[in-house]
Design a protein around this ligand. Structure first.
Ligand SMILES: Cc1cc2nc3c(=O)[nH]c(=O)nc-3n(C[C@H](O)[C@H](O)[C@H](O)COP(=O)(O)OP(=O)(O)OC[C@H]3O[C@@H](n4cnc5c(N)ncnc54)[C@H](O)[C@@H]3O)c2cc1C
Length: 312
Protein backbone atom coordinates (compact mmCIF):
# COMPACT_ATOMS: atom_id res chain seq x y z
CA UNK A 1 0.00 0.00 0.00
CA UNK A 2 1.31 3.47 -0.85
CA UNK A 3 0.81 5.96 1.93
CA UNK A 4 2.92 8.86 3.13
CA UNK A 5 3.60 9.89 6.72
CA UNK A 6 4.87 13.41 7.37
CA UNK A 7 6.58 14.36 10.61
CA UNK A 8 5.22 17.72 11.75
CA UNK A 9 7.69 20.31 13.00
CA UNK A 10 6.46 22.78 15.60
CA UNK A 11 7.68 24.84 18.52
CA UNK A 12 5.01 23.76 20.97
CA UNK A 13 2.80 26.68 19.91
CA UNK A 14 2.37 26.64 16.14
CA UNK A 15 3.12 24.44 13.20
CA UNK A 16 6.32 25.29 11.37
CA UNK A 17 5.65 26.23 7.69
CA UNK A 18 8.13 23.51 6.71
CA UNK A 19 5.34 21.01 7.41
CA UNK A 20 3.14 22.69 4.76
CA UNK A 21 5.98 22.35 2.28
CA UNK A 22 6.38 18.65 3.09
CA UNK A 23 2.67 18.25 2.31
CA UNK A 24 3.22 19.80 -1.15
CA UNK A 25 6.03 17.33 -1.79
CA UNK A 26 3.88 14.44 -0.52
CA UNK A 27 1.01 15.59 -2.74
CA UNK A 28 3.34 15.19 -5.73
CA UNK A 29 3.77 11.53 -4.71
CA UNK A 30 0.03 11.11 -5.16
CA UNK A 31 -0.62 8.92 -2.10
CA UNK A 32 -2.79 9.39 0.96
CA UNK A 33 -1.06 11.65 3.46
CA UNK A 34 -1.01 11.36 7.25
CA UNK A 35 0.78 13.79 9.55
CA UNK A 36 2.15 12.79 12.93
CA UNK A 37 2.37 15.54 15.55
CA UNK A 38 4.50 14.64 18.58
CA UNK A 39 4.88 16.77 21.67
CA UNK A 40 3.22 17.84 24.89
CA UNK A 41 -0.17 19.63 24.89
CA UNK A 42 -0.35 19.53 21.11
CA UNK A 43 -4.12 19.64 20.64
CA UNK A 44 -4.14 22.97 18.83
CA UNK A 45 -1.19 22.08 16.63
CA UNK A 46 -2.81 18.81 15.62
CA UNK A 47 -6.03 20.69 14.85
CA UNK A 48 -4.03 23.13 12.68
CA UNK A 49 -2.37 20.22 10.85
CA UNK A 50 -5.80 18.74 10.16
CA UNK A 51 -6.77 21.84 8.15
CA UNK A 52 -3.95 21.46 5.61
CA UNK A 53 -5.27 20.66 2.16
CA UNK A 54 -4.57 17.13 0.99
CA UNK A 55 -4.07 15.59 4.44
CA UNK A 56 -6.17 12.47 5.15
CA UNK A 57 -5.40 11.99 8.82
CA UNK A 58 -3.47 13.43 11.77
CA UNK A 59 -1.94 11.25 14.46
CA UNK A 60 -1.40 13.20 17.68
CA UNK A 61 0.99 11.65 20.21
CA UNK A 62 1.01 13.64 23.40
CA UNK A 63 3.65 12.60 25.93
CA UNK A 64 5.98 14.38 28.32
CA UNK A 65 9.16 12.89 26.87
CA UNK A 66 8.14 14.08 23.38
CA UNK A 67 7.60 17.69 24.44
CA UNK A 68 11.11 18.67 23.32
CA UNK A 69 12.47 17.86 19.87
CA UNK A 70 14.91 15.21 21.03
CA UNK A 71 15.59 13.13 17.92
CA UNK A 72 16.27 9.93 19.88
CA UNK A 73 12.74 10.07 21.37
CA UNK A 74 10.92 11.24 18.26
CA UNK A 75 12.64 8.70 15.99
CA UNK A 76 11.62 5.77 18.21
CA UNK A 77 8.03 6.96 18.16
CA UNK A 78 7.91 7.34 14.38
CA UNK A 79 9.42 3.90 13.88
CA UNK A 80 6.75 2.44 16.18
CA UNK A 81 3.98 3.73 13.86
CA UNK A 82 5.83 3.31 10.54
CA UNK A 83 4.12 0.07 9.57
CA UNK A 84 1.76 0.58 6.64
CA UNK A 85 3.58 3.60 5.22
CA UNK A 86 5.55 3.49 1.97
CA UNK A 87 7.11 6.94 2.50
CA UNK A 88 8.11 8.94 5.58
CA UNK A 89 8.95 12.60 4.95
CA UNK A 90 10.40 15.30 7.17
CA UNK A 91 11.70 18.79 6.46
CA UNK A 92 15.35 19.52 5.66
CA UNK A 93 15.44 21.94 8.59
CA UNK A 94 17.70 21.49 11.61
CA UNK A 95 14.97 19.37 13.23
CA UNK A 96 14.47 17.15 10.19
CA UNK A 97 18.16 16.75 9.48
CA UNK A 98 18.62 15.57 13.05
CA UNK A 99 15.62 13.25 13.09
CA UNK A 100 15.25 11.64 9.66
CA UNK A 101 18.62 9.84 9.48
CA UNK A 102 17.83 8.17 12.81
CA UNK A 103 14.48 6.99 11.48
CA UNK A 104 16.16 5.70 8.30
CA UNK A 105 18.81 3.87 10.28
CA UNK A 106 16.28 2.28 12.63
CA UNK A 107 14.26 1.11 9.61
CA UNK A 108 17.39 -0.20 7.89
CA UNK A 109 17.22 2.00 4.78
CA UNK A 110 19.33 4.81 3.34
CA UNK A 111 17.85 8.27 3.67
CA UNK A 112 16.95 10.20 0.52
CA UNK A 113 18.05 13.76 1.22
CA UNK A 114 16.76 17.14 0.16
CA UNK A 115 14.05 16.24 -2.36
CA UNK A 116 13.55 19.24 -4.64
CA UNK A 117 11.32 17.52 -7.21
CA UNK A 118 9.34 14.28 -7.45
CA UNK A 119 9.49 12.34 -10.73
CA UNK A 120 7.57 9.36 -9.38
CA UNK A 121 7.25 7.55 -6.05
CA UNK A 122 10.85 6.24 -6.12
CA UNK A 123 12.52 8.77 -8.35
CA UNK A 124 13.49 12.20 -7.07
CA UNK A 125 15.70 15.17 -7.85
CA UNK A 126 18.00 16.95 -5.44
CA UNK A 127 20.68 19.63 -5.80
CA UNK A 128 24.35 18.81 -5.17
CA UNK A 129 27.66 20.73 -5.39
CA UNK A 130 26.23 23.81 -3.74
CA UNK A 131 23.25 23.73 -6.10
CA UNK A 132 25.38 23.67 -9.25
CA UNK A 133 24.14 20.24 -10.36
CA UNK A 134 20.87 18.39 -9.98
CA UNK A 135 21.11 14.66 -9.38
CA UNK A 136 18.48 11.98 -10.06
CA UNK A 137 17.98 9.74 -7.05
CA UNK A 138 16.32 6.32 -7.40
CA UNK A 139 15.16 4.70 -4.17
CA UNK A 140 14.60 0.92 -4.05
CA UNK A 141 10.96 0.09 -4.75
CA UNK A 142 10.83 -2.77 -2.26
CA UNK A 143 11.68 -0.70 0.82
CA UNK A 144 10.19 2.18 2.74
CA UNK A 145 11.40 5.61 1.54
CA UNK A 146 12.63 7.87 4.35
CA UNK A 147 13.43 11.33 3.01
CA UNK A 148 13.99 14.97 3.82
CA UNK A 149 12.21 17.59 1.73
CA UNK A 150 14.17 20.65 0.57
CA UNK A 151 11.71 23.18 1.97
CA UNK A 152 13.06 26.04 -0.15
CA UNK A 153 11.95 24.16 -3.29
CA UNK A 154 8.28 23.73 -2.39
CA UNK A 155 5.35 26.10 -1.98
CA UNK A 156 3.39 25.80 1.24
CA UNK A 157 0.22 23.71 0.92
CA UNK A 158 -2.97 25.68 1.47
CA UNK A 159 -5.53 25.24 4.20
CA UNK A 160 -9.21 24.33 4.08
CA UNK A 161 -9.01 20.61 4.78
CA UNK A 162 -10.72 18.82 7.64
CA UNK A 163 -8.79 15.63 8.34
CA UNK A 164 -9.63 13.47 11.34
CA UNK A 165 -7.32 13.73 14.35
CA UNK A 166 -6.52 10.47 16.10
CA UNK A 167 -4.99 10.71 19.56
CA UNK A 168 -2.61 7.87 20.36
CA UNK A 169 -0.51 7.10 23.43
CA UNK A 170 3.25 7.01 23.03
CA UNK A 171 4.52 3.57 22.04
CA UNK A 172 8.17 4.05 22.90
CA UNK A 173 9.75 5.18 26.14
CA UNK A 174 12.21 8.03 26.68
CA UNK A 175 15.77 7.42 25.55
CA UNK A 176 18.08 6.52 28.41
CA UNK A 177 21.10 7.94 26.57
CA UNK A 178 19.92 11.37 25.49
CA UNK A 179 18.22 13.97 27.58
CA UNK A 180 17.01 17.49 26.95
CA UNK A 181 18.77 20.15 29.01
CA UNK A 182 17.69 23.53 27.65
CA UNK A 183 17.13 25.57 24.53
CA UNK A 184 19.29 28.60 23.95
CA UNK A 185 17.88 30.64 21.09
CA UNK A 186 19.76 33.71 19.91
CA UNK A 187 16.97 35.15 17.79
CA UNK A 188 14.65 36.35 20.59
CA UNK A 189 11.28 37.33 19.15
CA UNK A 190 12.57 37.49 15.58
CA UNK A 191 10.96 35.18 13.04
CA UNK A 192 12.63 31.85 12.45
CA UNK A 193 15.14 32.18 9.60
CA UNK A 194 13.75 29.24 7.66
CA UNK A 195 10.17 30.44 7.95
CA UNK A 196 10.63 34.23 7.68
CA UNK A 197 9.12 36.05 4.69
CA UNK A 198 11.88 38.68 5.00
CA UNK A 199 15.48 38.19 6.02
CA UNK A 200 18.16 40.81 6.67
CA UNK A 201 21.71 39.42 6.61
CA UNK A 202 25.12 40.82 7.42
CA UNK A 203 28.63 39.80 6.39
CA UNK A 204 32.22 40.27 7.40
CA UNK A 205 31.96 43.96 6.51
CA UNK A 206 30.03 44.63 9.71
CA UNK A 207 33.38 44.35 11.44
CA UNK A 208 32.28 43.59 15.01
CA UNK A 209 29.58 42.10 17.21
CA UNK A 210 28.70 45.63 18.28
CA UNK A 211 28.20 46.78 14.69
CA UNK A 212 26.18 43.66 13.90
CA UNK A 213 23.40 45.18 16.04
CA UNK A 214 22.63 47.30 12.98
CA UNK A 215 21.41 44.13 11.26
CA UNK A 216 19.21 43.21 14.23
CA UNK A 217 17.79 46.73 14.46
CA UNK A 218 16.88 46.83 10.77
CA UNK A 219 15.47 43.28 10.92
CA UNK A 220 13.29 44.23 13.88
CA UNK A 221 11.95 47.34 12.15
CA UNK A 222 11.02 45.16 9.16
CA UNK A 223 9.65 42.22 11.17
CA UNK A 224 12.35 40.18 9.46
CA UNK A 225 14.58 37.27 10.44
CA UNK A 226 18.29 38.00 10.86
CA UNK A 227 20.95 36.03 8.97
CA UNK A 228 24.68 36.12 8.39
CA UNK A 229 27.46 34.93 6.16
CA UNK A 230 29.84 32.30 7.45
CA UNK A 231 32.60 34.89 7.71
CA UNK A 232 30.45 36.94 10.11
CA UNK A 233 29.67 33.83 12.15
CA UNK A 234 33.30 32.67 12.21
CA UNK A 235 34.38 36.11 13.34
CA UNK A 236 32.00 35.82 16.31
CA UNK A 237 29.73 38.71 15.29
CA UNK A 238 26.62 36.52 15.70
CA UNK A 239 25.59 32.95 16.63
CA UNK A 240 26.16 30.16 14.13
CA UNK A 241 22.47 29.26 13.88
CA UNK A 242 22.18 32.47 11.85
CA UNK A 243 24.48 31.24 9.07
CA UNK A 244 22.90 31.19 5.64
CA UNK A 245 24.36 28.99 2.92
CA UNK A 246 25.69 25.61 1.99
CA UNK A 247 26.82 24.72 5.50
CA UNK A 248 24.19 26.90 7.16
CA UNK A 249 20.51 27.30 6.43
CA UNK A 250 18.91 27.09 2.99
CA UNK A 251 16.17 29.69 2.99
CA UNK A 252 13.53 30.97 0.59
CA UNK A 253 12.16 34.27 1.94
CA UNK A 254 10.18 36.62 -0.31
CA UNK A 255 12.81 39.29 0.38
CA UNK A 256 16.50 38.76 1.19
CA UNK A 257 18.69 41.77 2.01
CA UNK A 258 22.47 41.20 2.08
CA UNK A 259 24.66 43.86 3.66
CA UNK A 260 28.41 43.62 3.18
CA UNK A 261 28.26 40.06 1.84
CA UNK A 262 30.49 39.34 -1.16
CA UNK A 263 28.32 36.60 -2.69
CA UNK A 264 30.52 33.51 -2.45
CA UNK A 265 28.91 30.47 -4.11
CA UNK A 266 28.49 28.77 -0.73
CA UNK A 267 26.41 31.72 0.48
CA UNK A 268 24.38 32.02 -2.73
CA UNK A 269 23.42 28.34 -2.40
CA UNK A 270 21.41 29.28 0.65
CA UNK A 271 19.38 32.01 -1.06
CA UNK A 272 18.85 30.66 -4.59
CA UNK A 273 15.12 30.33 -4.01
CA UNK A 274 14.61 33.76 -2.41
CA UNK A 275 12.02 35.95 -4.14
CA UNK A 276 13.76 39.34 -4.37
CA UNK A 277 17.42 39.74 -3.44
CA UNK A 278 18.67 43.16 -2.44
CA UNK A 279 22.42 43.61 -2.03
CA UNK A 280 24.38 46.50 -0.56
CA UNK A 281 28.12 46.27 -1.10
CA UNK A 282 30.66 49.03 -1.53
CA UNK A 283 32.48 47.03 -4.23
CA UNK A 284 30.51 47.46 -7.46
CA UNK A 285 32.15 44.28 -8.83
CA UNK A 286 31.14 42.06 -5.90
CA UNK A 287 29.68 38.73 -7.15
CA UNK A 288 26.52 39.22 -5.07
CA UNK A 289 25.39 41.76 -7.69
CA UNK A 290 25.21 38.96 -10.29
CA UNK A 291 22.31 37.38 -8.40
CA UNK A 292 20.78 40.50 -6.85
CA UNK A 293 17.50 41.86 -8.22
CA UNK A 294 18.29 45.23 -6.68
CA UNK A 295 21.89 46.23 -6.02
CA UNK A 296 23.33 49.28 -4.35
CA UNK A 297 27.07 49.95 -4.55
CA UNK A 298 27.33 51.84 -1.28
CA UNK A 299 28.62 51.78 2.28
CA UNK A 300 26.31 49.77 4.54
CA UNK A 301 27.17 52.05 7.46
CA UNK A 302 25.48 54.81 5.51
CA UNK A 303 22.61 52.80 4.02
CA UNK A 304 21.34 50.99 7.15
CA UNK A 305 20.93 54.15 9.27
CA UNK A 306 19.07 55.79 6.36
CA UNK A 307 16.76 52.78 6.04
CA UNK A 308 16.18 52.79 9.80
CA UNK A 309 15.17 56.46 9.63
CA UNK A 310 12.73 55.71 6.80
CA UNK A 311 11.16 52.80 8.68
CA UNK A 312 11.01 54.38 12.15
C1 LIG B 1 33.01 24.15 2.32
C2 LIG B 1 32.64 25.59 2.53
C3 LIG B 1 31.36 25.87 3.00
C4 LIG B 1 30.99 27.19 3.20
N1 LIG B 1 29.72 27.47 3.64
C5 LIG B 1 29.31 28.75 3.73
C6 LIG B 1 27.98 29.07 4.12
O1 LIG B 1 27.16 28.20 4.43
N2 LIG B 1 27.62 30.38 4.16
C7 LIG B 1 28.48 31.39 3.84
O2 LIG B 1 28.09 32.56 3.92
N3 LIG B 1 29.76 31.10 3.50
C8 LIG B 1 30.19 29.82 3.45
N4 LIG B 1 31.48 29.57 3.13
C9 LIG B 1 32.44 30.69 3.08
C10 LIG B 1 32.38 31.47 1.79
O3 LIG B 1 33.25 30.87 0.82
C11 LIG B 1 32.85 32.92 2.01
O4 LIG B 1 34.14 32.90 2.58
C12 LIG B 1 31.93 33.72 2.92
O5 LIG B 1 30.60 33.61 2.48
C13 LIG B 1 32.35 35.19 2.88
O6 LIG B 1 31.59 35.93 3.77
P1 LIG B 1 31.37 37.49 3.53
O7 LIG B 1 30.74 37.70 2.20
O8 LIG B 1 30.70 38.03 4.72
O9 LIG B 1 32.86 38.04 3.56
P2 LIG B 1 33.78 38.60 2.39
O10 LIG B 1 33.90 37.62 1.28
O11 LIG B 1 35.03 39.06 3.04
O12 LIG B 1 32.99 39.85 1.83
C14 LIG B 1 32.78 41.02 2.54
C15 LIG B 1 32.12 41.98 1.55
O13 LIG B 1 31.79 43.17 2.24
C16 LIG B 1 32.01 44.26 1.35
N5 LIG B 1 32.18 45.46 2.18
C17 LIG B 1 33.24 45.79 2.97
N6 LIG B 1 32.98 46.90 3.65
C18 LIG B 1 31.73 47.30 3.31
C19 LIG B 1 30.90 48.39 3.69
N7 LIG B 1 31.29 49.27 4.60
N8 LIG B 1 29.68 48.49 3.10
C20 LIG B 1 29.26 47.57 2.18
N9 LIG B 1 30.01 46.53 1.80
C21 LIG B 1 31.23 46.38 2.36
C22 LIG B 1 33.24 43.88 0.57
O14 LIG B 1 33.27 44.59 -0.67
C23 LIG B 1 33.03 42.37 0.38
O15 LIG B 1 32.36 42.09 -0.83
C24 LIG B 1 31.89 28.25 2.92
C25 LIG B 1 33.17 27.94 2.44
C26 LIG B 1 33.53 26.64 2.25
C27 LIG B 1 34.90 26.34 1.73
Amino acid sequence: MSKTLIIAEHDGQTLNPSTLKCVSCATALGHDIDIVVMGGAIGEIAAEAATINGVSGVIAIDAGHLAQPVAANHAAEVVAIADGYSHILGPSTTYGRDLMPRIAALLGVNQVSDISAVEDAWHFKRPIYAGNAIVDVHAPENAIVVATVRVASWQAAGSGGSAAVENRPASATASADTRYIKLEAGGGERPDLQAAARVVSGGRALGSKENFKLIYELADLMGAGAGASRAAVDAGYCPNDMQVGQTGKIISPDLYMAFGISGAIQHITGIKDAGTIVAVNKDADAPIFEVADIGLAADLFHVIPELKKLLS
